[in-house]
Design a protein around this ligand. Structure first.
Ligand code: SF4
Ligand code: SF4
Ligand code: FES
Length: 264
């Protein structure tokens, strides 16, 4: 691990390793990066360093976290400018010979320090048509599914709603099209419903007209930052785009639909 060390007295055999963290302090009106230096050691993650700094120097530093295991999705931040989970970013993967910057997500309104208001995401989710299954296949109220269909949607269910993909997406982050585009997280959610063979809803028109799937230009930045390794663009967004194109822009499909209405 590349770590800075402080000078020690000649009588002290061990050296204390330290690193400096440049952390955003402030609210939506004013703020700045403030440097804190703290001890670092084997196995530490960035969240450990933040906890040290809270304990030693900045008890009022606001930071959201719950599980410290990469599963609750609440400790999202930008580390050296890259959207990452504080609890899953090991210090030995970062260059510690210069300050490590820790900033809040940029795509959502800042509340304080490292905390942003991500409520918009939950409102978006409410706008997507809910799962609406066909009647059960068997008299005991159960359904039958092909294993390959189960496997396909299982990947999408790994999402921990960390919103790192929403944060990195230029449509939200730079162009602020929150009213027109639901973002990669909710395209994954829509895909999990659209590709479920039990579901009877049709979300393609909404994806085209209300959810802004056309704004995605498949840069794949969202896939790069996903801590669950969900292939957001290849497995969710591109298949949804193909379905939208087939449904609304393919002349042959349009002709067939004239005689046979679309069924999922
Ligand atoms: S691939 Fe699409 S959704 Fe993902 S970051 Fe790029 S523009 Fe946004
Ligand atoms: S798709 Fe990945 S990056 Fe996006 S919210 Fe879910 S887990 Fe986080
Ligand atoms: S604290 Fe739960 S994902 Fe980091």
């Amino acid at each position: 691990m590349a770590i800075a060390t402080t000078a020690t007295s000649a009588t002290t055999a061990a050296t204390a390793a330290t690193a400096t963290f440049s952390i955003w302090r402030g609210d939506a009106q004013t703020g700045q990066l403030v440097d804190y230096t703290t001890a670092v050691g084997e196995g530490m993650v960035v969240l450990d360093a933040v906890h040290n700094i809270q304990a030693e120097e900045a008890p009022d530093l606001a930071c959201r976290w719950n599980c410290k295991a990469g599963k609750c999705g609440s400790c999202s931040a930008e580390i050296n400018g890259v959207p990452r989970l504080l609890c899953m970013t090991r210090l030995d993967t970062l260059p510690l010979d210069k300050p490590v910057t820790i900033e809040p997500l940029k795509a959502f309104p800042l509340l304080k320090d490292l905390i942003t208001n991500v409520n918009w995401n939950y409102e978006v989710k409410k706008r997507i048509k809910k799962f609406n299954p066909r009647p059960p296949d068997a008299t005991d109220g159960t359904w039958r599914m092909q294993q390959k269909d189960v496997d396909r949607v299982q990947e999408f269910r790994k999402c921990i709603e960390c919103f790192l993909c929403q944060d990195v997406c230029h449509v939200l982050r730079e162009h602020h099209l929150h009213d027109e585009f639901i973002g990669p997280r909710y395209l994954v959610y829509a895909a999990s419903l659209e590709m479920n063979p039990l579901d009877t809803e049709d979300r393609l028109k909404d994806l085209k007209d209300n959810h802004g799937i056309g704004f995605c230009n498949i840069t794949k930045c969202c896939t790069t930052v996903c801590p669950e390794d969900i292939k957001i663009t290849d497995n969710a967004i591109i298949p949804l785009k193909e379905r939208v194109v087939d449904e609304f822009y393919d002349p042959l499909t349009k002709l067939v639909r004239l005689f046979r209405p679309r069924k999922k």
